[in-house]
Every structure is written in C-alpha cells, then in structure tokens.
Design a protein around this ligand. Structure first.
Ligand code: ATP
Ligand code: MG
Length: 451
C-alpha cells in the first residue's frame, strides 16, 4: 500500500493488483505439484512468509503441459529461506537463489525482486545498468508486484498458491495463455534493451508453445537484434542449446530467422541457412532431434554441435588432404581447427569436443563394410550416436541412403545374415591389412573417402 502511494507520488505506473483466480478458472490442482515443491511452499508459509510456485511451471500446467522444473518465489530473503530448511544452499552472485533439497529432488527458491531498474537507478550499487540500459546485476529485493513486473512475458508472471489452489495473475497472463499470445510485460523495447536475451527467449517460447508474438512485443526486435553481440558467448550458447534441444528446434530456427535473430548468435547458422545443401542437412538434423526429444529420448549438445559444424569440418578435411596430408592426420587437424574457430565465437565448453570428434570420425568407418571392421564398429561406445548421425546425413542428402539402410539391417541381423551382408574386401584394404605391424591399432583407420 505504502509502496503504491510512493509510486503515485513519484508518478510511477503500477499494475492495478493481481487478478486472483480460483481453481475452477485455471484448473491447476495441488496434486499436480510435486511433493518437494509443496513441502517447500508449506514450510515457508508456516515460518510466516508467503510462497508461490512461479514461472514456467505455472505456465506449463495452465497449458496442460508437463513442467520441466518447479520454482518457488517468496518474500523471505535468501538467508531467511536458508534458515527454514535443514538442507538448503545459497547459490549465485548476479542472482542469488537458494537450492532446497528433498531427497534427490531440488527446488529453486527465489526471493521476490524489484522491477528492473531504469537508467536513473545507476547510483544504487546493487542494480547496475550499462549506458544503453542493459541490466548487469539484479539483486534488489521487492514485493510480489515488483517481482511480477520484472519477469519477461505475461505468461511467465503467474503465481500459484498450492494451499488455496489460486493463481495470482498480475499482467493478464492467463488471458494471453488462452489467446496463445506471447506478450512482454512493460515497454518491450526497454525490456529487450535491459536484457537482449529476451529476444531469443521470445523466439524460443513462441516456437515451443506455438504462440504468436504480440505485434507490439515483436516490433522492436528487428532493430535491437544487434544488441545480442554484447551478450557473453557462454550465455548465448546456453540459450541456443535450449532452443535447439527443446523438441521444437525446427520451428524455433524458423522463428529466429523470421525475427532476424539468426545473425551473430550462431555464426554457423547464417552460413547453413544460406546454403541449400547444408539447409537440407540442418533440417534433417533438427527434425530428427525434435522427434527424439518429443519421444522422451535425450538429445545432446555434442550431437547438435556435430551436426551444425559437419560441413565446415568436411570442407576443412578435404582442403587438408588436397595439400598432401594423408587422410587420418588431415581429419584430426580439421576437427581441431573447426572446433577452435567456433569456440571463439560460441564459447562452447571443451567437454563436448571428445564426443563431437568421435561422432565425426565414425562417419568414415561406416563406409568400411568388409572383414571384421563392421563388427568392431558395432561395439564402439559411440556407435549409436554415430549411426544416428549417419541417418541424418542420408536424409539430408549427404550419405548414400543405401549405406544407412545397410547399417540399419546389419546391427539387428543374426550372425549368418550379417556374414552374408559383408562386402568383399577391396584390393587396397587387403594389402593394408597384410602390411600392418602386429599389435598395431586397427580401429581408427580412416582411409575411406566420405561420400
Ligand atoms: P523453461 O520451461 O524453459 O525453463 P521458464 O519460463 O521456466 O521456461 P526459466 O529460464 O527457467 O524459464 O526462468 C524462470 C522464470 O524467470 C521465467 O518464467 C521468467 O518469469 C523469469 N525469467 C527468466 N529469464 C528472464 C529474463 N531474461 N528476463 C525476465 N524474466 C526472466
Ligand atoms: Mg524453468
């Protein structure tokens, strides 16, 4: 109340207060909230604080989707939250939160934060804003109303009270969810300036939820898109992976393109989308990954990166061979060169390199279909990923469908059928085998040219 009075005196615009919707208006039942989240909100309430399930979980429940995780928001300060629970950890600097554990489960508890600061707030140390309005630190606590106002989209600013089974809706998010509209809270241009990643989030949510972006929200994106260049590469990488592994990557990439957001975020995305051959392969990769995710299978960043960088790697490999390098060193040099080049732009973690290289190196080995090699390949720990990659290449016009088909049949065939499928050893292969020193490593021979 007092805050609203102050706001009024200062001439600040505030939301009129939340619309509080009962069960029959939103349909989210307490039982849909996992016990760890319920215990967390209950304990906070019993300690005298308010606590709500918030953000993506409420949105997804409202839309009849299964939430990925359940976050809790409260008016208790991080240290106060920590005191309520036996097993809780304070984490984060830019954005302090508390992890509350129940068994192996974990709930993220966030303290209500104040509405994102305007540039005038520069003097306040805990809110740091760059000259162009980009928000650099955001640790000012506030009321629930302020917390709702600093969230990005109206459908992401819903608070669910499991005790009363009520949804507190500060920005008509429930109505927007019904109309399938993604709408930015507040002035879109200002909110995108504060955090340009919100532009990518807009594309991601629109694709994932099959919503359309409200025209006023969409309007400033084209002009502000270059601001993404200022975002740390690691944050862009995480955001891109969320989009590419969301189960709606095909639509997501189309959405990025429609908004002019594909420049600069994934430098290779530019190149891929402008080249017909690569585009077919990318769409095969995205389609396949989407299918996998939607069927509850995992999709790894390493696999996606292997897809995105495949053509660059292959071209580099070919160039290396043209300079007289033999196939294998040419391959390893090409893999290293391509990964290093992308690392500068994308900052993807080195831990993916091993898997990416294995997936690539396996592609050459799929060509070898005589003797003992196909059997050894079946035992390779990355066979599955390599084979999935081969299928995508075949679908994207980069490998012979007959080859992919051969491996599809070979891996499930009985011993006799497998033996009958083997191709005769080529003269070259026979010679090489005879010449190999005893005990020499056989498996990583990469002599065969790729299609
Ligand atoms: P997902 O299902 O992809 O996790 P989510 O909505 O839960 O979707 P998170 O990134 O987990 O997204 O963020 C949780 C909540 O925090 C969001 O629902 C939103 O309210 C708020 N939020 C997250 N990122 C931002 C941002 N960049 N600007 C403003 N609010 C944000
Ligand atoms: Mg989330």
């Amino acid at each position: 109340m007092i805050r609203r009075l102050i706001d009024k005196v200062l001439g600040r615009k505030t939301a009129p207060g939340p619309r509080i919707l009962p069960l029959e208006d939103h349909g989210i039942r307490r039982e849909q909230v996992p016990s760890c989240a319920l215990r967390t909100t209950r304990a906070l309430r019993e300690a005298g604080y308010t606590a709500f399930v918030v953000g993506g979980a409420v949105r997804d429940l409202l839309l009849g989707r299964e939430p990925k995780d359940f976050d809790v928001a409260t008016d208790a300060r991080p240290e106060e939250v920590k005191r309520v629970f036996r097993r809780a950890r304070l984490i984060g600097r830019r954005f302090q939160i508390v992890h509350v554990y129940c068994g192996a489960d974990l709930i993220e508890v966030t303290t209500f934060r104040a509405a994102t600061p305007q540039v005038e707030d520069e003097e306040d140390e805990s809110r740091v804003t760059a000259e162009d309005g980009m928000l650099l630190r955001d640790n000012v606590f506030g009321s629930q109303e302020e917390d709702a106002a600093r969230r990005d989209f109206t459908i992401n600013a819903l608070y669910y009270d499991p005790e009363r089974q009520e949804v507190w809706d500060w920005h008509d998010g429930v109505e927007d969810a019904r109309r399938k509209v993604l709408r930015m809270i507040g002035d879109p241009a200002r909110r995108f300036r504060e955090d340009p990643v919100r532009m990518l989030r807009a594309a991601r949510f629109a694709a994932r939820l099959d919503f359309h972006i409200d025209p006023a929200t969409r309007a400033p994106i084209a002009e502000l898109a270059p601001m993404l260049e200022r975002i740390p590469a690691s944050r862009l990488f995480d955001e891109m992976m969320k989009l590419l592994l969301s189960g709606h990557a095909e639509r997501g990439v189309r959405q990025l393109r429609a908004e002019g957001l594909h420049h600069g975020i994934l430098p290779m995305l530019d190149a891929i989308l402008d080249d017909a051959e690569r585009q077919a392969f990318l769409h095969a990769a995205l389609h396949d990954t989407d299918e996998r995710v939607r069927h509850g299978h995992s999709a790894s960043p390493a696999f996606m990166l292997a897809c995105l960088l495949w053509f660059d790697m292959r071209a580099e490999w070919r160039r290396n061979k043209e300079t007289g390098q033999s196939a294998q060193p040419a391959l390893y040099d090409a893999m290293d060169a391509v990964l290093e080049r992308q690392r500068d732009a994308l900052a993807f973690p080195r831990r993916f390199d091993g898997t990416i290289k294995e997936i690539w190196a396996l592609q050459a080995r799929f060509e070898q279909r005589s003797g003992a090699r196909p059997y050894r390949l079946l035992d390779h720990p990355r066979f599955r990923a390599g084979y999935d990659f081969l299928l995508i290449r075949a679908r994207g016009g980069d490998a012979a469908p007959e080859l992919a088909d051969w491996w599809t049949r070979f891996q499930d065939a009985d011993k006799d059928t497998q033996a009958g499928m083997l191709l005769p050893a080529t003269a070259g292969e026979g010679k090489r085998r005879r010449r190999r020193r005893p005990g020499a490593k056989k498996d990583d021979a990469v002599e065969v040219k790729l299609a």
